[in-house]
Design a protein around this ligand. Structure first.
Ligand code: GLY
Length: 326
């Protein structure tokens, strides 16, 4: 019996596809930032090749992007409408155990995704706001200000859009009297910009999968707003057949539980690229959406970069930087 078990494990190991990682820098992140996603994919892959489990490698991939100030996560996370608040969401999921951990609207930590990993070890799935920040401090995460030159510059561009001196507009915000609903502790100022969550999905040498994700939220964002990232089945999903990480407008992603929907396609036997393409095709081009996926022997990624969006390509709004490490 033991010999049979050993043989089965050995044969699974021999037939498993080699380790791989797929990383994205967010819908709206320009392809010129692929040096950042390449580096993050290489970091995740190096861990996997060294025997790290899928989950630890996915976290390493996301940490690399959280530490790169050009991306909207960790250092460089979006500054909210008041011009100073930074609230971040992050999550991770282990495809082997089904374990999930997330934080939402956490403030003043360097790597929210590592706090999400700590939540996975608790009986909870999600800890939010001040509770999340205090949870991080209790576990030794030091006070850290994610403000930097990159997110300050992004905030300036956002202000230009809101003031009407930039042609880009976000329809939903044009129609909404956001000034009347101002909920920041400090008085109203003005702002706006792109949403670029970062994410990483991995397959380890034993054929296990994981996903991790982190964001500073969409750019026009109220105090306390939470998007898809920490919502179970929305921003990420991982199981025995693969893993998915999304990016784009969180409200749309939540309504359609996009990560779980794409994972279901992997479970049906579609390749990672087919699952990505079919998921994107279900949304109109005006919806900002991107995703990366990994399956038992495939990787994929893409976003619904539309012709109408091409009209407004700038240094920070174009396609999606994403990379495969294998
Ligand atoms: N996808 C990131 C967010 O909407 O918060």
């Amino acid at each position: 019996m033991r010999t049979l078990l050993l043989l089965t494990t050995l044969s699974a190991l021999l037939t498993a596809a080699p380790p791989a990682a797929v990383v994205h820098g967010g819908a709206g992140s320009p392809r010129i930032r692929m040096d950042g996603t390449d580096k993050a994919a290489a970091k995740a892959l190096a861990g996997l090749k060294g025997g790290a489990p899928a989950l630890e490698a996915a976290l390493a991939g996301v940490v690399a992007l959280e530490d790169d100030p050009r991306f909207n996560a960790g250092t460089g996370a979006n500054i909210r409408l008041d011009g100073k608040t930074i609230q971040m969401d992050a999550a991770c999921m282990d495809g082997e155990t089904g374990g999930f951990g997330a934080v939402a609207a956490i403030e003043r930590v360097k790597n929210p995704v590592l706090v999400a990993r700590k939540v996975m070890a608790t009986p909870h799935l999600l800890i939010v706001g001040e509770g999340a920040t205090r949870f991080a401090r209790a576990l030794g995460f030091p006070d850290y200000d994610p403000t930097c030159a990159e997110n300050k510059a992004r905030f300036q561009r956002v202000q230009a859009i809101l003031k009407g001196s930039d042609p880009r507009q976000i329809e939903a915000w044009k129609r909404y009297d956001w000034k009347a609903a101002w909920n920041f502790p400090t008085p109203l100022k003005e702002a706006l910009g792109p949403s670029d969550t970062v994410g990483c999905v991995t397959r380890d040498a034993k054929g296990r999968f994981a996903a991790a994700i982190s964001t500073g939220g969409t750019t026009i964002t109220f105090y306390g707003r939470v998007g898809d990232v920490p919502m179970y089945g929305a921003g990420i999903y991982a199981g025995p057949k693969g893993a998915v990480a999304c990016t784009g407008n969180g409200e749309d992603i939540i309504k359609h539980l996009v990560a779980k929907a794409a994972y279901d396609l992997l479970e049906k036997g579609l390749s990672a690229q087919q699952a990505v393409d079919r998921t994107l095709a279900a949304f109109p081009p005006r919806v900002d959406l991107g995703l990366v996926a990994i399956g038992p022997d495939s990787t994929g990624g893409g976003c619904n970069y539309s012709a109408e969006k091409k009209a407004f390509v700038t240094d920070y709004q174009a396609q999606m930087a994403w990379s495969v490490g294998q």
